[in-house]
Design a protein around this ligand. Structure first.
Ligand code: SAM
Length: 283
């Protein structure tokens, strides 16, 4: 489509995917820009994507395309588990993942976010967060995810790791020790889903994680979905379990979703050759 606005009067916010390429957004309004104890938090308004949350300069969520990521983080696991009741969310301070879980009749959602400022900012600028924090099934903990898992006396049916990229406060959430701790807090049919970054830009990181994950869980499935504002427009996830194969699902998804359905579920697990080969080479 022809770009009609090609002058440079607009303030632009850029996300660098590497030192030499990335994505830019025109900034119609800066709504918030401060440093918290852990990271730089920014919320801008963009004409096309609406409100966009950046942490340390990286897009976390946008009003217009958040549903791709949040639906695909949650529904594959919640549909695959036969009776998900206790769910743990680590990270995900914008609340999109918790919002999707609450579509099911779960008993409780423990929601562990390290940065209280992210919660305060998102409560103001992403209204779904304020609403779900009022739901009596949701327990919010301001804590480090690894620390919380180590201390937890509870076991969970599903654990969703909605971490930021492996820099800053989330580094520990990308290590073997964390996944060993998470596994020890799973019920027998338990499932873990974690975001795995861009299969194109973050391949080394994907290989590093897969190498230790396959020693911890007997079933390790990569899957992907579009997310227009994440690097390369396609995002990777991993589904981990000792019992459940996500390709054999029988339950129907909740109504009112925008991306996830039985077909997109199956499609997500069909790996392009680049990932299928990686998966095969890693054993
Ligand atoms: N899906 C998004 C992405 O990849 O762009 C990430 C969304 S979410 C906003 C990530 C959240 O994880 C942030 O709010 C961040 O503060 C939180 N976080 C980072 N490290 C954490 C930790 N160690 N424990 C708990 N939460 C953490």
């Amino acid at each position: 489509m022809k770009r009609e606005k090609f002058d440079s009067f607009w303030l632009e916010k850029k996300e660098y995917h590497t030192n030499s390429c990335g994505l830019f957004f025109e900034v119609q309004k800066v709504l918030y820009a401060e440093n918290s104890k852990y990271q730089r938090i920014e919320v801008i308004e963009n004409e096309f994507f609406g409100r966009i949350l950046f942490l340390d300069g990286l897009v976390q969520t946008t009003e217009r395309d958040e549903f791709y990521y949040h639906e695909m983080m949650v529904h594959p696991a919640l549909i695959a588990h036969p009776h998900p009741q206790k769910v743990l969310v680590i990270g995900g301070g914008d609340g999109g993942v918790v919002r999707e879980i609450l579509r099911y009749s779960v008993e409780k959602v423990d929601f562990v976010e390290i940065d209280e400022e992210v919660i305060n900012v998102c409560r103001k600028y992403f209204p779904w967060l304020k609403k779900l924090l009022g739901d009596e099934r949701v327990n919010l903990f301001i804590d480090d995810g690894f620390n919380f898992v180590n201390k937890a006396s509870e076991k969970y049916d599903v654990v969703l790791v909605d971490s930021s990229e492996p820099v800053g406060p989330s580094v520990s959430l990308h290590e073997q020790e964390f996944y060993l701790a998470v596994k020890s807090k799973l019920t027998t049919q338990g499932i873990v889903v974690a975001q795995m970054g861009s299969p194109f830009f973050h391949q080394e990181e994907l290989v590093r994680k897969f190498t230790f994950l396959k020693d911890i869980f007997s079933k390790v499935y990569f899957y992907t979905s579009p997310v227009p504002t994440y690097p390369a427009g396609e995002w990777g996830y991993v589904f981990l379990s000792d019992k459940i194969d996500p390709r054999q699902i029988k339950r129907k998804p909740p109504k009112g979703l925008k991306y996830y359905n039985a077909e997109t579920h199956q499609r997500a697990f069909l790996l392009p050759q680049l990932l299928a080969k990686l998966r095969q080479d890693l054993g």
